[in-house]
Design a protein around this ligand. Structure first.
Ligand SMILES: Cc1ncc(COP(=O)(O)O)c(C=O)c1O
Length: 342
């Protein structure tokens, strides 16, 4: 029997609308390297959601690549990027930032988030010229643990960035889920006003592959395509990314898929809370982190696919992720099994 999938939000190939459009465009001929009409149409559609911000938009294939190219664009050899210790670039990208010659200066995390005062202090300490100069700030929206920055929190970081002349870069691999979180008071339009650059992830939001990098700060715009090329990020068949974004940003599809991910995750979260399951983080997005005794984790693994987040001698935190394709009946089945096991 195939296990029921809660392992991640990139397990399916793509939502049907994207598959249909790739099929529809499959015999056409297109200019390469993202300079085709479909990419242009996708950019224009995305820009509408950004309040027609004066920005450049580039399509890349993955989060690690998007992070590496942008951080390389932001920093000179002696400059560094600040990230919370749990930031994706600091733990899960195999040293990709270091591989292009830049240090990540770690800060403590608070529910996955960066504290503006701690960032401020770090910048002051690093004014000493024998240390790296902090020039970039990397955060992700949503964070590694499913929490989100609200407008006040993002503006507080912006203030410190302005004080120290830093670039604020937001990894948006799960931007859809973050934007559609209950109570979220930020929109993509706000992101374009507050951040210097950020990306809008399709890979984890119904797309096949793709991250749309939005560059708002003029200083970061020149030569970005050359840097993409150096990093192998400028795809000859860039139009495949364009088709996906053009589809996702038609009729709000991107947001509808994200809303579904969140609705399923919140249904699961509330169901687990009712059963008295401990949750390691108060995630408002599509990843949930329940803690179970180890024998229960083993039993659940017989029927469900999920990731172990934090193993322990007696208890283990696991991660359930809902995607655009998650079915309510699968969550009912999971909740029922949890109920029977605890
Ligand atoms: C927040 C975040 N950023 C970046 C990445 C890296 O994406 P990729 O695996 O496509 O390189 C991930 C992957 O899980 C992620 O969760």
């Amino acid at each position: 029997m195939e296990k029921i999938y809660f392992r991640n939000d990139y397990s399916e190939i793509a939502c049907p609308e994207i598959i249909e459009n790739i099929q529809k465009y499959s015999r056409g001929h297109y200019v390469g390297y993202g300079e085709d009409e479909i990419c242009e149409s996708a950019r224009n559609k995305i820009k509408k959601y950004l309040g027609d911000a004066d920005c450049d938009i580039h399509f890349l294939v993955g989060g690690t690549q998007a992070n590496t190219v942008m951080i390389d664009a932001m920093l000179k050899p002696w400059e560094a990027v600040a990230s919370v210790v749990s930031g994706h670039i600091n733990v899960h990208e195999a040293g990709s930032i270091e591989s292009v010659g830049h240090r990540i200066e770690p800060l403590p995390e608070h529910d996955g988030k960066m504290d503006p005062d701690e960032l401020d202090k770090l910048c002051v300490v690093h004014e000493f010229e024998h240390m790296t100069d902090i020039k970039g700030v990397y955060i992700s929206q949503a964070t590694e643990v499913g929490t989100v920055y609200n407008k006040r929190e993002l503006l507080a970081l912006r203030e410190v960035c302005d004080k120290h002349n830093l670039y604020l870069f937001v990894d948006g691999a799960r931007m859809g889920s973050a934007m559609m979180a209950d109570g979220m008071d930020l929109t993509l339009r706000d992101m374009a006003r507050i951040a210097d650059c950020f990306y809008i992830g399709a890979t984890k939001n119904g797309g096949m592959i793709g991250e749309a990098m939005v560059i708002v700060n003029d200083e970061l715009k020149p030569c970005y395509r050359r840097l993409m090329k150096q990093h192998g990020a400028l795809l000859a068949k860039g139009f495949i990314l364009g088709i996906q974004y053009d589809t996702l940003f038609t009729d709000d599809l991107f947001f509808r898929l994200a809303r579904h991910e969140n609705e399923m995750a919140m249904y699961l979260k509330e169901g687990m809370k009712k059963l008295g399951v401990k949750l390691l983080f108060d995630s408002v997005t599509n990843q949930q982190f329940p803690v179970f005794e180890n024998d229960i984790v083993e039993k659940l693994a017989e029927k469900y696919q999920f990731e172990v987040w934090e193993p322990g001698d007696k208890e283990t935190t696991i991660r359930f992720v809902c995607s655009w394709a998650t079915k309510k009946e699968d969550i009912d089945s999971l909740l029922n099994d949890i109920h029977n096991l605890i």
